[in-house]
Design a protein around this ligand. Structure first.
Ligand code: NI
Length: 385
């Protein structure tokens, strides 16, 4: 199937659509699945597409998920299949995810009679943009009718060489909260700072002090990422502003740690602003929950992958990532795992990471990822029949 998979991926790559705008992509997917004889789950809002294949024998239901959206990035690759939608690019490989799941859809439909249960294929919009596409799908009942017993997905990664996979057991992707801190005080003349509350200095102390949370307030065995990513305050060079706004992201793996960090942030903000006679507010915006891979699902995936690629090409001790993924929402309903599929190939110059304007994949991953997805579904149903 290599040729058709490459063609499918390049077609998607040339016509990327932004999160929540994947109308044409969704339509193409739906048409192909109907042609293959899939039944579409009712009540699922377009452009999402959820397709069910009922196997020849009764059994459990396994779900496979692909995300279908692209990013607001201008592609810098000079390739024949370069994005034709200027300013929009499949720079996270969701074109490959979609092509591989469509390939698996064909393989599974061709072997429908030997499936011990049902396969549900989830083509999900808007992974890249909070609140994301997964949460509304779970609310629309994607994990029921029929009830999903296990769910799997894969994500392309350049740091994994093509022909291999990696995965973390347990924590895999972090919860992705963002926050805004407003620091307020009395503005004034830059030369007469003693008559004002210099909240630029307050903000500087806050930014520095927040770093002691990860270095001194938490156990070294509790990883977090707390980054101030933007600072806004002031308009001219001789006026002290009356407000500084700090924006940032907080990445955690469990609610206990998240609560602890927030308490420490309030403590630091409270003490530093009080010392200067300033005030503050801290607003947290909840993002995706953490992706926690089920240990049995990871072990199962390893067995399946090693049947395809032999031993020594499946690293099940990958470092967890502080990136986020809305695949987490499905895992609240059924155990599962998210695997990294290798697409990197230094010899061919394929090294750019996801979300880079030069991101590309080694297309040799396509047949392997297709086989892996189909084998996960087939194998899960067989082992649990
Ligand atoms: Ni992605």
């Amino acid at each position: 199937m290599r040729e058709s998979l490459v063609e499918q991926r390049r077609e998607l790559h040339m016509h990327p659509e932004l999160s929540f705008e994947e109308w044409e992509t969704g339509k193409k997917i739906r048409e192909q699945l109907l042609t293959l004889g899939y039944e579409l789950q009712e009540g699922i809002p377009a452009p999402n597409c959820v397709a069910i294949l009922r196997g020849g024998k009764p059994g459990k239901t396994v779900a496979l998920r692909a995300d279908i959206d692209a990013l607001p990035i201008t592609e810098e690759n000079d390739v024949p299949y370069r994005s034709q939608n200027e300013g929009v690019m499949h720079a996270c490989g969701h074109d490959a995810h979609t092509a591989m799941l469509l390939g698996a859809a064909k393989l599974l439909a061709d072997h429908r009679d030997c499936l011990d249960g049902n396969v549900k294929l989830i083509f999900q919009q808007a992974e890249e943009l909070i609140p994301g596409g997964a949460k509304p799908l779970t609310e629309a009942g994607v994990m029921e009718n029929p009830h999903v017993d296990a769910i799997f997905t894969q994500h392309v990664q350049a740091f994994v060489p093509v022909g291999s996979f990696s995965v973390s057991i347990g924590p895999a992707m972090a919860a992705t909260d963002t926050f805004k801190i407003h620091i307020r005080g009395k503005g004034g003349h830059g030369g007469h700072y003693h008559a004002a509350t210099d909240i630029i200095v307050v903000a500087a102390q806050v930014i520095s002090a927040l770093q002691i949370i990860s270095s001194r307030k938490l156990s070294p065995f509790r990883p977090i990422a707390l980054s101030i990513c933007n600072v806004h305050g002031g308009t001219t060079d001789n006026v002290l502003p009356d407000e500084v706004v700090l924006g940032g992201t907080l990445r955690t793996y469990d609610t206990k740690t998240r609560t602890h960090v927030l308490d420490e942030m309030h403590s630091i903000l409270g003490h530093i602003t009080a010392m200067h006679g300033a005030s503050y507010t801290l607003d947290l915006h909840c993002g995706y929950p953490a992706v926690i891979n089920d240990a049995d699902a990871v072990a199962f995936g390893k067995r399946i992958a090693e049947k395809l690629i032999g031993e020594g090409h499946f690293n099940d001790h990958e470092d967890p990532s502080m990136g986020g993924e809305d695949f987490a929402y499905y895992l609240a309903y059924a155990p599962g795992a998210m695997f990294n599929i290798g697409i990197g190939n230094a010899a061919r110059g394929i090294t750019a990471s996801i979300h880079n304007s030069r991101f590309d994949i080694d297309e040799d991953c396509l047949p392997l990822g297709t086989a892996f997805l189909a084998s996960l579904a087939y194998g899960y149903l067989k082992e649990n029949a």
